[in-house]
Design a protein around this ligand. Structure first.
Ligand SMILES: Nc1ncnc2c1ncn2[C@@H]1O[C@H](COP(=O)(O)OP(=O)(O)OP(=O)(O)O)[C@@H](O)[C@H]1O
Ligand SMILES: [Mg+2]
Length: 308
C-alpha cells in the first residue's frame, strides 16, 4: 500500500439547517484514482471545496501531502490542481491565453499547448472562452486543473454533460495522469465511470459515506445475485411486486424509465418462471437482459433510491 496523501477525519460542514457534509472520514493513497460517488446534493462539491481551501470546514481533521489546509494554504496550493463544477473562465481570453495565464501561477507547470492537446482542444487555441460549448468549457476547466503540474488533481464531475465520445476521451486523460504518478480525486454520479476509473471509492449520500472500497469488491461484498432487466409490458405494480415469488428472485424494482429489474441467484429458473407467467398473462417480454450487478444496483440496494 502506498502512503496516503489525503487524510480526512470526521469532516463536517453545514449551510444553515442543511448538513452538507456529515462526519466523513477517508484516506486517499498516492498515485491512485479516488472516486467520490453520489447523487445531486450529496456533498461532493462541498468536500472538494473544503479540501482545496475554497471553503471553511465546521469540524474535522484534514491533512493533505502532510500539510494542513488552513495553515499551509500557499505551499499546498502549488501542489494541487482543481477543476470546479461551475468555473469562472475569463470570457475575453482565448484558450491559449487562459491556460498560459494559469501555468504562470505555478513554479513548475506543464507546457500549456501540450495540456490543451491532451484535453482535445488543440483546434480551438485562439477561441475566446465565452464562445465555447458546454463540453468544451468542461474540458478547458480540466486543462486548467492539470497545467500546474500538481501532485493531486481534483476533478468535480469532469464528465457531466459530455457526449459519450468526449467522456471516453477524458477517461483517457485521467488514466494518463495516473500513469504520470498523479493522484486523482474525482467526483461523479456516473456509476459506470467510477467502476472503470477508480481504484478506491466512497459512495456518499446526504453528507454521509454509505459504502467504501474497491469498485469490484464493493459489488462482490453486497451481491451474489445477477440482475435481470426488461421493458415493462404493462404489468401492474402489484404484479411486479409478485415477481418476488419467482424462483431465484431476491429483489424487485421498477425504474423511472419503466424497466423491470429483478435480482436473481438463479437466472435460468427465474427466466423460465417469468416466461411462463408472461405467457399466462398474454404479455410479451421485450429487451430481456441478464447482467452482473453494478454500482447502480449497489446504490439502489443501500438507499432504496436510484442515483439519477
Ligand atoms: N453555498 C451554499 N449555500 C447553501 N447551501 C449550499 C451551498 N452549497 C451547497 N449547499 C447545499 O449543500 C448540499 C450539498 O451540496 P453539494 O454542492 O456539496 O452537493 P454535490 O454532491 O456536489 O451535488 P451535485 O451532484 O448536484 O453537484 C446541498 O443540499 C446543497 O443545496
Ligand atoms: Mg457538485
Amino acid at each position: 500500500m502506498n502512503e496516503s496523501c489525503i487524510k480526512v477525519e470526521n469532516l463536517k460542514k453545514s449551510y444553515g439547517s442543511v448538513q452538507a457534509v456529515d462526519g466523513v472520514s477517508f484516506q486517499v493513497e498516492s498515485g491512485t484514482v479516488f472516486g467520490m460517488l453520489g447523487p445531486n446534493g450529496a456533498g461532493k462539491s462541498t468536500t472538494i471545496e473544503i479540501l482545496t481551501g475554497l471553503q471553511a470546514k465546521d469540524q474535522g481533521e484534514i491533512e493533505i501531502l502532510g500539510m494542513e489546509v488552513e495553515k499551509d494554504s500557499q505551499p499546498l496550493k502549488e501542489r494541487l490542481g482543481v477543476q470546479l463544477q461551475s468555473p469562472a473562465l475569463f470570457g475575453k481570453l482565448n484558450i491559449r491565453e487562459l491556460v498560459t495565464l494559469f501555468a504562470s501561477f505555478y513554479q513548475d507547470p506543464l507546457d500549456p499547448e501540450t495540456v490543451i492537446s491532451l484535453v482535445g482542444l488543440e483546434d480551438k487555441l485562439k477561441e475566446k472562452t465565452e464562445n465555447l460549448s458546454g463540453g468544451q468549457r468542461h474540458r478547458l476547466a480540466v486543462a486548467l486543473a492539470i497545467v500546474g503540474n500538481g501532485d493531486i488533481i481534483f476533478l468535480d464531475e469532469p464528465t457531466t454533460g459530455l457526449d459519450p465520445q468526449s467522456r471516453r476521451k477524458l477517461w483517457g486523460v485521467i488514466t494518463e495522469l495516473k500513469e504520470l504518478g498523479k493522484t486523482i480525486f474525482l467526483t461523479t454520479h456516473y456509476m459506470d465511470e467510477a467502476e472503470i476509473l477508480c481504484d478506491q471509492l466512497i459512495i456518499i449520500d446526504r453528507g454521509k459515506i454509505i459504502a467504501s472500497g474497491r469498485p469490484d469488491s464493493l459489488i462482490a461484498e453486497h451481491f451474489t445475485e445477477d440482475a435481470l432487466e426488461f421493458t415493462n409490458p404493462s404489468f401492474t405494480a402489484s404484479q411486479i411486486n409478485g415477481f418476488k415469488e419467482l424462483r431465484g428472485v431476491t429483489g424487485v424494482n421498477l425504474s423511472s424509465e419503466d424497466i423491470v429489474l429483478l435480482y436473481t441467484i438463479n437466472a435460468p429458473e427465474t427466466i423460465a418462471d417469468l416466461m411462463a407467467l408472461a405467457e399466462n398473462e398474454g404479455k410479451n417480454i421485450n429487451g430481456l437482459k441478464l447482467r452482473k450487478a453494478s454500482l447502480d444496483d449497489l446504490f439502489l440496494k443501500l438507499t432504496g433510491r436510484e442515483i439519477r
